[in-house]
Design a protein around this ligand. Structure first.
Ligand code: AMP
Ligand code: MG
Length: 333
């Protein structure tokens, strides 16, 4: 069972809840259909604001502990970006009253650490493209010890408890602690853990019924290989395209059977970042699933800010794992 009073569990849930709610406010107030295609300012503001909030809370609760975060404040500190910094600080003040722009930059820079034997890792807004499309995104925080994720929390403002697109204010919060299972509740119910329910991966075993999960963005994966994999497996359902680590949430909840992350043919040099996989992977494992690289090895979070040497990820409900790895080998050969 989950120990809801354990300090790190409580801290991670509260921190992610505050950051994800703030991100949702920023999406609601800044993302509009009038946004030009390459206007990335709302996601920039949300990314920095969410990391500043969690950096500040970490400073208050666990000063001195390492944080490996996606963002750094150097661009924000330049005179040309003063307006953006003021906007970011304006939002962060809603959570941390009286904070100054300079303090906001310092809180963001809590995240510049390299991984150590124990560290936190944060993606303030995972799925920035989804954020801008008013689709799925997540705030992802994890705690890693000796290269293994021990605790993962995902805040998913646009995902309802039944794993569908949510109405504003009905987003979800997921937590997994190694040995204590994976759990889901409403972001709004962070103080009522008795309302959280335990997650279990799907029990499907027939490849025909296997539902595949993949990136919404075709440029983030290899769609030809995914199509070939699907044919090899004999799966009948169209792959579910979704942004961010919410795909791990679906897999952990039994709303999909196999999730593949493959290198895009245009970006064969792409390296997976640890904050993009840490929280989601422990949530799947603690729900009974398996997460490995394409050789069937567990992911190693001890080797730097990226999963060094990694060439892709296969996550499944467990029942399909060997089948999926073999099917991938067959179509890559
Ligand atoms: P997803 O929505 O699953 O595609 O994952 C979103 C994450 O993919 C973001 O955190 C991006 O940093 C990351 N990403 C960016 N470019 C690529 C790429 N070429 N291949 C794979 N992932 C990428
Ligand atoms: Mg990300």
């Amino acid at each position: 069972m989950m120990d809801w009073n354990e300090p790190r569990n409580r801290f991670a849930l509260q921190a992610v809840r505050l950051a994800a709610d703030l991100a949702a406010d920023i999406q609601g107030e800044m993302v509009s259909e009038a946004l030009t295609k390459d206007d990335r300012s709302p996601v920039t503001v949300a990314d920095f604001a969410a990391q500043a909030v969690i950096g500040c809370l970490l400073d208050q609760n666990y000063p001195g502990e390492l944080l490996v975060g996606e963002e750094q404040s150097d661009v924000l500190r330049s005179p040309e970006e003063r307006h953006t910094l003021e906007q970011v600080a304006g939002f962060v003040k809603r959570v941390i009253p009286g904070v100054t722009p300079e303090e906001v930059c310092d809180f963001i820079d809590r995240g510049v650490d390299e991984p150590g034997r124990e560290y936190w890792t944060l993606d303030p807004i995972d799925g920035t493209k989804g954020f801008l499309r008013q689709a799925q995104y997540a705030t992802a925080l994890a705690y890693v010890e000796n290269g293994e994720v021990q605790l993962g929390v995902l805040g998913c403002p646009n995902l309802s408890l039944d794993l569908r697109e949510s109405k504003p204010g009905e987003g979800s919060l997921l937590i997994a602690r190694r040995g204590s299972g994976s759990w889901i509740g409403r972001l709004a119910d962070v103080d009522q853990p008795e309302r959280f329910t335990r997650l279990q991966v799907s029990t499907r075993t027939d490849p025909e019924d296997a539902r595949l999960l993949r990136s919404f963005e075709s440029a983030h994966t290899n769609t030809d290989l995914i199509d070939a994999f699907q044919r090899e497996l004999g799966g009948k359902a169209d792959p579910v395209r979704m942004d961010s680590q919410t795909k791990y949430a679906l897999l952990a909840s039994g709303e999909g059977e196999i999730y593949l992350r493959l290198l895009s043919p245009d970006r064969m040099d792409y390296k997976e970042k640890i904050w993009d996989q840490a929280a989601g992977s422990v949530i799947v494992e603690e729900a009974g699933g398996i997460v490995t690289d394409l050789d069937g090895k567990r992911l190693d979070f001890s080797r730097g800010r990226t999963l060094r040497g990694n060439r892709g990820i296969c996550a499944s409900n467990g029942k399909f794992h060997d089948l999926a790895l073999n099917a991938l080998r067959a179509v890559k050969a």
